[in-house]
Design a protein around this ligand. Structure first.
Ligand SMILES: [Zn+2]
Length: 169
């Protein structure tokens, strides 16, 4: 089994201020924390700003933010109401994406690039993405992103699509 049963990925949550359009800070799991059985404060970083054109984020905290922090930042930039973003590597969902008709970012947009930032903005404009609270990353094998106003919403989006992917596989 790929990933040895681990569910690699990263999770983030918006933190105040919520009313400043120029600043949308969030807390995100740090780089290389995917295999940690339990997470403590030392595994989290606060992203305080981002420059998509330079593919650069600024952060504070005891660890560097996940290399996929820019994708999270882009979602929070697109929708100020979002509070939680989850990114997982799911071979089951990813390989079933076409048959399930899931929204996807362009396959030519590789993860961690400015092209991915543009692709995420595009896919977030699709009504189906908003309806499902989820999209797959065409240019990032196994990459799936869900989001919501609550952790429950983002988590439910992932689990319900995973169940559908199992059903058709
Ligand atoms: Zn990833």
């Amino acid at each position: 089994m790929r990933y040895d049963g681990y569910g690699f990925g990263n999770i983030s949550q918006r933190v105040p201020p919520f009313d400043d359009p120029s600043c949308r800070p969030f807390i995100i799991t740090g780089t290389q924390t995917g295999s940690c059985r339990s997470l403590g404060p030392e595994h989290f970083s606060t992203v305080t700003g981002c420059v998509p054109e330079q593919n650069r984020v600024t952060s504070t905290g005891p660890i560097k933010p996940s290399s996929e922090a820019m994708t999270h930042a882009t979602l929070y930039e697109v929708d100020s109401e979002l509070r939680v973003v989850m990114h997982v590597h799911s071979p089951h969902i990813w390989s079933a994406a076409t048959r399930l008709g899931l929204p996807a970012t362009r396959a030519t947009a590789a993860y961690g690039t400015t092209a991915m930032t543009d692709a995420v903005r595009e896919v977030m404009n699709q009504a189906l993405t908003r309806e499902l609270s989820l999209f797959v990353m065409g240019g990032h094998e196994d990459g799936v992103v869900s989001f919501g106003r609550t952790a429950e919403q983002a988590g439910h989006a992932l689990i319900s699509i995973l169940a559908k992917a199992y059903l058709i596989s």
